[in-house]
Write a protein that binds this ligand. Structure first.
Ligand SMILES: CC(C)(COP(=O)(O)OP(=O)(O)OC[C@H]1O[C@@H](n2cnc3c(N)ncnc32)[C@H](O)[C@@H]1OP(=O)(O)O)[C@@H](O)C(=O)NCCC(=O)NCCS
Length: 318
């Protein structure tokens, strides 16, 4: 009889020891869909892994002493890390919520129930923690993962598409309306329309703070100095306001566009405002527009944006 002392099964993530193996597993499992931000995230994870390994005993000691919260679960087979799930603790409406990320099982070990056990462990842990909700995002076409999450009680909240510039040429367009810098009087409608397109229950983990767009001399001045000032444009047909568009700098690989327009004007607002924004990008930068999936697709393609991905946002109320 052979005896192996190597661990098999589920256990909590050990930050100091597991991070490099987790990074390798994520790279293997997400290679085909990983974008520039994903690669940067992996690089940071590997740097942290190297630093953590250099001070291994200190990190483990600290974790025990300070009760640093758990950050995920892993699955091992004979000591080899073949499954991972990351947990990120956040707050929404002043209540504790969790976000599940990096659910990954090594291709050689799939369909053995590992993904299910990892996800169930996350649900049990966040429930025991007293969290309100647990959220995750999954690519719309990732049927195995969507089925897994649905079978454990996650429900779809929304599907959002990320449209990016720089990959396609815009078709020649006739300007339909007049574009100008946003006037302060446009702000109430901009806020109302932004809240319709980017509702509260989604913006809490989008890089968007609608109230920060309120016209304010002081804020504009501060943003001018750090170079991050968002630029807002309004589109008008005669005296009627069609919609507004904001171009906001980001530290990630692309800057952001945020469209504010009522549904009945969205196509005209896109056809008028997006080409204008694309002519005013920071040098060498591309932009991403986050938009409800399936809406205004022809207009978004016409202005030269390309569908990068559609993410389904799912949650389980605990
Ligand atoms: C999604 C993933 C984590 C599932 O891991 P797994 O260990 O193979 O999943 P399990 O064996 O626990 O399967 C649980 C359920 O998921 C669903 N499922 C898993 N793989 C499936 C597939 N290839 N086709 C259809 N359904 C699938 C089934 O409902 C399954 O239940 P069943 O076996 O009773 O039918 C794995 O396929 C993976 O790592 N994919 C690449 C990374 C990824 O896309 N992660 C999700 C990011 S949101």
């Amino acid at each position: 009889m052979t005896f192996s002392s190597l661990h098999s099964g589920l256990r909590p993530l050990h930050r100091a020891r597991d991070l490099m193996a987790v990074a390798n597993l994520i790279e293997l499992c997400f290679a085909s869909t990983m974008d520039a931000d994903g690669r940067l995230y992996l690089q940071q994870m590997r740097e942290t892994a190297r630093e953590a390994a250099a001070m291994d005993w200190a990190v483990s000691g600290l974790e025990q002493a300070a009760g640093v919260p758990l950050e995920g679960f892993v699955w091992e087979e004979d000591g080899r890390l073949v499954g991972n799930l990351t947990l990120i603790a956040l707050r929404r409406m002043n209540r504790r919520v969790f976000f599940v990320a990096n659910v990954a099982v090594h291709p050689d070990y799939r369909r053995h129930g590992i993904g299910r056990k990892l996800t169930q462990a996350a649900i049990d842990y966040t429930r025991a923690f007293g969290a309100w909700e647990t959220w995750l995002q999954v690519r719309a076409e990732n049927t195995p993962a969507v089925r897994l999450y649905e079978s454990l009680g996650f429900a779809t909240v929304a599907a959002r598409s990320a449209w990016v510039s720089g990959l396609a040429q815009p078709r020649p367009l006739q300007p339909r309306a007049l574009v100008s810098s946003r006037a302060a009087v446009d702000w109430p409608r901009q806020r109302e329309w932004l809240r319709e397109t980017y509702p509260d229950h989604l913006t809490w983990h989008l890089p968007l703070n609608i109230d920060s767009f309120q016209p304010s001399f002081l804020r504009d001045l501060m943003h001018t100095f750090d170079g991050s000032r968002p630029v807002h444009w309004s589109a008008r047909m005669g005296s009627a306001l069609l919609g507004l568009l904001t171009l906001e700098a980001s530290r990630l690989s692309t800057d952001n566009l945020w469209l504010a327009a009522p549904a009945y004007n969205a196509v005209d607002a896109i056809l008028t405002l997006v080409p204008h924004a694309l002519q005013n990008l920071r040098s060498g930068r591309q932009v991403t527009l986050n938009f409800p999936a399936g809406q205004c697709e022809s207009a978004l393609q016409a202005v030269g944006l390309t569908l990068h991905q559609t993410l389904v946002w799912m949650k389980i109320v605990l």
